[in-house]
Design a protein around this ligand. Sequence first.
Ligand code: PRP
Length: 220
Amino acid sequence: MLTIAIAKGRMQQDALALLARAGARVGAEALASRRLAVEDESGGYRFVFVKPADVPVYVEHGIADCGVVGRDVLLESEADVLQPLDLRINRCRIAVAAREGGRGGRPGVLHVATKYPRVAAAHFGARGVPVEIIELSGSVELAPVLGLADCIVDLVETGRTLAENGLRVVETITESTGRLVVNRASYQLKAEAVGRLVRELSRVLADGAEVTGAGGGAGA
Ligand code: PRP
């Protein structure tokens, strides 16, 4: 049996829709429940639902053989996991954003609020821009509005959250989509099962362009 860690939240529905088409289908009853670990109908897979940032942790430690998580999370994580497939779900970007009409005008070091401290530090570091990173865990768009930061580095999917809070993209840092990640040991020790999953997912991806779940949410 393969254990697959799924990032809860915006990616979950599309990840499960894609996996179902690849032969790993969770029954409606299990999906409707609040159970955090469920088996698929074939008995070949067990799914565990965890916070996005915890997916690489479970996979690196081999508690989960595989995982589905955004590239944004992987860039921020230092986990040593294999990334055999771009699943092309939940397409979005990591961007620098600031208030409409400027970066706020505070002199000196640029204050950057973000859930992605490593990505943000690397981005500004590479440009030689001195910054102070202010790490937040959510609702990052509030920081420039309330004067906590000059700008933010955050995920932009539809752009709605930025627009509705009077912010605009200053610069795109990188694109992000959902990825299949695999534990290094599982890749060897469960080569047949992992290989089958990768093959089936590749076939599904080749069949249909973008995969969207029942409720949509795959992004633009
Ligand atoms: C993410 C991100 C933005 C928003 C972008 O937050 O941090 O806030 O989604 O989406 P949009 O461009 O479609 O508006 P999330 O919903 O994960 O919640 P959080 O702010 O609590 O992290």
